[in-house]
Design a protein around this ligand. Structure first.
Ligand code: DGL
Length: 271
């Protein structure tokens, strides 16, 4: 059986790439719901419906034992219901994991006292990071701002327009004593170096960047070592499948850039 990775769009592809580089022996099936991206400005009900359909596809048609919801927005909007109701009723021997808790654990492990968060409007409004961080460290300071325009920049392969947009988001932290910025959207690792540079330029000091591509793979590896009953069912043929619910020339170009591979195949599926 396979490991599924799911996102509203190409952010999940960045995370899938980092998963493949740490654990290349497993089979990965990535699905990006590019037909409905962005999720960040949608209602919770719509995000749940879209996510559930994609999850069902990965279970039914792609034989996934375990799915990583590589999307912060879908994680806050769907994970609890999917785990506590949907999985129990339909697929009790399979698993769905999100990206928020591993990120919160990373922030706590690094012992930060004051952090910034850039995420989608939905993730910021939900305060999922504030709620989860304060459970482990009640005194932590969190300053959250939406950075929605970074998503279409990635989806449209439009890096040349990124700099002033990134600067305008980083400026929100100008009078805040933050030690690190959490990139709370899986599209944002695409710009992590530029965000770090912008922070240095605008805030005048080095700010750590908490980027999910750097620790989600280790967190999955750790999960699998603690759950041999799941791991034993995973095939190890190093097969990778990349699918999206809508395709255009820019997705194909971006996939080639992300994997640095001219021959990468990314195909459209109907769900
Ligand atoms: N990549 C997604 C996330 O991590 C959201 C992008 C979007 O669809 O708005 O939240």
């Amino acid at each position: 059986m396979n490991i599924g990775t799911f996102d509203s769009g190409l952010g999940g592809l960045l995370i899938t790439k980092s998963l493949i580089s740490l654990m290349p022996e497993y089979n990965f099936c990535y699905l990006g719901d590019t037909l409905h991206v962005p999720y960040g400005s949608r209602s919770k009900d719509a995000i749940y419906e879209f996510t559930k359909n994609c999850i069902e596809y990965l279970f039914e048609k792609r034989d996934c034992k375990l799915i990583i919801i590589a999307c912060n927005t879908a994680t806050f909007a769907t994970l609890r219901t999917l785990q506590q109701t949907y999985l129990k009723e339909n697929y009790p021997d399979r698993r769905i994991l999100g990206v928020v808790i591993p990120t919160v654990e990373e922030v706590i492990a690094k012992k930060y006292n004051s952090v910034g968060l850039l995420a989608t409007q939905g993730t910021v409004n939900s305060d999922v990071y504030g709620i989860e961080l304060r459970k482990l460290k009640p005194e932590i300071k969190l300053y959250s701002y939406p950075a929605p325009l970074l998503v279409p920049l990635v989806e449209n392969n439009a890096d040349e327009f990124a700099e002033p947009i990134i600067d305008s988001y980083v400026k929100k932290f100008i009078d805040k004593d933050i030690e690190a910025i959490i990139l709370g959207c899986t599209h944002y690792p695409h710009y992590k170096n530029q965000i770090a540079k912008s922070a240095q330029k605008i805030l005048g000091r080095k700010i750590d960047i908490i980027s999910q591509d750097e620790f989600i793979p280790n967190s999955l590896k750790n999960y699998l070592s603690r759950h041999p009953e799941i791991e034993k069912d995973l095939s190890k043929d190093s097969k990778y499948l990349f699918e999206v619910t809508d395709i255009n020339a820019s997705y194909i170009e971006q996939a080639k850039t992300i994997f640095d591979d001219e021959n990468i195949v990314i195909q459209k599926v109907d769900i």
